[in-house]
Design a binder for this molecule. Structure first.
Ligand code: PBG
Length: 320
């Protein structure tokens, strides 16, 4: 390669047209998933509009707006009327997510409906599985997660996304879906989900903060990347159809490492704290929200994510 002054990389930066020609990473709405929270008491959060909580009725209206703006996929979270030790609201035929799925399915044949499979929004103690003392019992939890995934598929989910981080859950969910005739329902596994400080605003919206302790006994240590590859490998063996890394910006190296090692479609979750930080800084006029959001989302794609779950998806539909 020749060097300066023959080579001048600024030549292709001179105009917007020239920059566009050589741009390596582009954002398309086709790759984005908008999270939606369904709960008994709808709440609005003016500071974090992506984390507002909908009733089934307003969720349907929101989905209408999203679909007409060009959004292709949503990820549903439910907050039940009542929580209990086991989190039985998660697989209740009449649960919030199941009702929302039926209502959304009826109006939207094309909108991709993905469901979060986890118990933490449904358990009284806020942990992601059933307790044995103060410890989350892995194997007991698998049956409940599998039952939850089947009930969501039954209600119309296009794909199920387990986020609990129990060992063996992808295999348990795959077996249960296949047994019940849902062999065509894909599993989007939150394979490498870290015990992250960036889930705070989500836990408020979903009322799912653990009542005691934390999630470090099942979610991954943010210091590890080889372990993320092992998590992915196990999920692939158990039948995962898509892998996911979460959170996104603190894990760009993990996204890159997984992209290089696996050929499955790869998703990254740009989580609530990543969204809230930029919103808060923008409210103080410290940064420009749109520029900062677009730069973040581009970085996640550049790192190797095919699909991005982001609270900016609705705004992105306006920006692109
Ligand atoms: C449920 C779940 C969480 C998130 C997605 N699924 C919370 C948690 O693990 O505590 C976080 C998403 C976000 O912060 O945007 N287990």
């Amino acid at each position: 390669m020749s060097s300066f002054p023959i080579t001048r990389l600024r030549r292709f930066r001179r105009t917007s047209g020239l920059r566009g020609l050589v741009r390596e990473t582009r954002l398309s709405l086709d790759d984005f998933v908008m999270p939606l929270f369904i709960g008994p008491e709808p709440i609005t959060n003016d500071e974090l509009p992506g984390l507002r909580r909908h009733s089934v009725e307003t969720a349907v209206r929101e989905a209408d707006e999203l679909a007409s703006a060009g959004v292709k996929a949503v990820l549903l979270f439910g907050i039940p009327e009542e929580k209990n030790e086991e989190g039985s609201g998660a697989w209740d035929e009449d649960g919030v997510v199941q009702r929302a799925l039926r209502a959304l399915r009826e109006r939207h044949t094309d909108l991709v409906l993905i469901t979060d499979v986890c118990l933490c929004e449904y358990t009284s103690h806020g942990h992601c599985g059933v307790l044995d003392g103060e410890h989350v019992d892995n194997d007991e939890t698998l049956t409940l997660l599998a039952r939850t995934a089947v009930s969501q598929a039954e209600a119309g989910a296009d794909a199920v996304a387990p986020s609990d981080m129990m060992d063996g859950r992808v295999g348990a969910i795959r077996a249960a879906l296949d047994d019940e005739g849902y062999e065509s329902t894909p599993i989007l596994a939150y394979s490498a989900k870290y015990a992250s400080a960036f889930y705070g605003p989500f836990r408020e919206a979903a009322e799912s903060a653990p009542a005691f302790g934390d999630r470090r006994g099942y979610q991954m240590d943010p210091a590890n990347v080889r372990e993320a590859l092992r998590e992915c490998e196990l999920d692939v063996d158990e039948g995962a159809d898509m892998l996911m890394i979460k959170p996104a910006l603190p894990c760009l190296d993990v996204i890159r490492a997984v992209r290089e090692e696996f050929d499955l479609p790869l998703a990254a979750y740009n989580v609530s704290g990543e969204y809230a930080m930029i919103k808060a800084a923008a409210a103080k006029r410290l940064i420009d929200e749109r520029q900062a959001a677009l730069e973040s989302l581009t970085a996640i794609k550049r790192a190797g994510a095919d699909v991005v779950v982001s609270y900016w998806t609705k705004e992105l539909a306006q920006w692109l």
